[in-house]
Design a protein around this ligand. Structure first.
Ligand code: AMP
Ligand code: MG
Length: 404
């Protein structure tokens, strides 16, 4: 059976081989809509940042040479506040009152914070501490120079990036268009959320979790509803799904008599590149493609679906978006208690993770297997237990996915 990493390699090398045809086109969106989208343009600073020598303390703009001996009494010749500079030149023996964010008046070369001064009169102040040159201020261009590249295409726009785009005057931003991912939940036992399951039935939860995962990854979910476990219904739904950039089918990919999804995939000429991964849960994950559509069969159990999506679908979506980083978001924590390994398959098990004493610490949570959303909802992570003999011991490092 294929290890997870090998499966991911197959998925990504398929995407890579198709690349140019498949990358999503770019579009321009209003700044606010760009958060968490993938940037498709390099962004350059429109001006030095900061634009002027700027005070980073409330206090007095001084010439540091005047403070060789302190205390020193200086003449206050003006006031510079944020947005309104002082129309003065600070000469020897002089200083200028200044507020955080205000431009440094010419002549001054340091800012002494107000806590280290004693106002004597409206025109004089006693400075109690000396200053180094450029102390208490940020020089023009210290963060970036006009024309510097401040953001590179391929980046997922984060909070700081959004602020930076605003401050450099980008009211619209070029990002990747969202690929469309068709979602089909299969199963004769499924009823919709607002229905009361009769004997043997369960509510469809996968459509919702897949939708949320699709959106988080940066794609547009298209819900095609429930496909029943018969060839006609699946042909109809899967046929519609193949019109999209991705087709995600949950359920119907195990070995049961009514697991018909792979059969229908083949009928449609979908080239299947794997249909089993050495992972628990999520073993019967199917990956294939037809034309420009990426096709995934995600095992039906709710947690299997989530895990398979995270490991294989999310990276493809990020690839289509031309993101610089397509890897699954995997973090590391110190194990607080032993966790048994399986020599056949890598396992993903609900776990409690917390941040304490400078690092993540993790331990497995009780659960009843791959359908147990109750157990997973009580936990906050999935710990990745490697495929090998023996166990991970307490104190060892383990990888995990944060489940948010
Ligand atoms: P399957 O992969 O079709 O054999 O499904 C495996 C298990 O997952 C079965 O117990 C199904 O009832 C359950 N399951 C399948 N699809 C869904 C779904 N959309 N929502 C919740 N559970 C599901
Ligand atoms: Mg089924």
């Amino acid at each position: 059976m294929l290890p997870i990493e090998r499966g991911l390699e197959i998925v990504m090398s398929t995407a890579m081989a198709k690349q140019r045809a498949d990358w999503m086109p770019a579009e321009s969106v209003p700044l606010l809509d760009s958060i968490h989208r993938i940037l498709r343009e390099d962004v350059f600073c429109d001006a030095d940042s900061p634009r002027f020598d700027k005070a980073i303390r409330d206090g007095f703009a001084v010439r540091f040479e005047d403070l060789a001996e302190v205390p020193a009494v200086l003449t206050v010749v003006g006031e510079s506040r944020a947005g309104v500079g002082a129309d003065v030149i600070v000469q020897r023996g002089q200083c200028c009152e200044i507020m955080t964010g205000a431009p440094l008046p010419p002549g001054a070369n340091a800012v002494v914070m107000i806590e280290n001064t004693e106002r004597l009169s409206p025109t004089s102040v006693r400075i109690l501490q000396s200053a180094r040159e450029n102390e208490g201020l940020l020089q023009r261009g210290a963060e970036a120079r006009k024309g510097d590249k401040i953001l590179q295409a391929g980046r997922r726009i984060g909070l700081a990036d959004l602020g930076l785009l605003a401050s450099t005057g980008k009211s619209t931003v070029v990002v990747s268009k969202k690929p469309r991912a068709a979602i089909i939940a299969t199963g004769d036992e499924l009823v919709e959320v607002d229905q009361e399951p009769q004997s043997g039935q369960i509510r469809n939860s996968n459509t919702y979790t897949i939708c949320a995962q699709v959106s988080e990854a940066g794609a547009e979910p298209v819900i095609l509803g429930i496909g029943r476990d018969n060839l006609d219904d699946l042909r109809n739904k899967i046929g519609q799904g193949l019109e999209h950039d991705l087709l995600l089918v949950s359920g119907g990919v195990s070995m049961g008599k009514y697991d018909l999804v792979e059969t229908v995939f083949s009928e449609f000429g979908i080239e299947i590149l794997f249909d089993k991964i050495a992972m628990k849960p999520g073993k019967p994950t199917v990956f294939g493609h037809r034309g420009n559509t990426y096709v995934f069969g995600l095992p039906g159990n709710p947690i299997s679906t989530m895990v398979a999506f995270h490991m294989f679908v999310r990276p493809v979506i990020l690839f289509l978006l031309k993101a610089e980083n397509t890897s699954p978001k995997i973090l590391e924590a110190k194990l607080e208690a032993m966790a048994k390994c399986d020599p056949q398959r890598a396992a993903l098990v609900p776990a409690f993770v917390r941040f304490a004493d400078g690092q993540y610490r993790i331990r497995t949570a009780p659960w009843k297997g791959s359908s147990d959303l109750v157990g997973l909802a009580r936990a906050n992570a999935l710990i990745m237990i490697p495929r090998r003999e023996g166990a991970l011991e307490a104190g060892e490092n383990a990888q995990f996915l944060l489940m948010e």
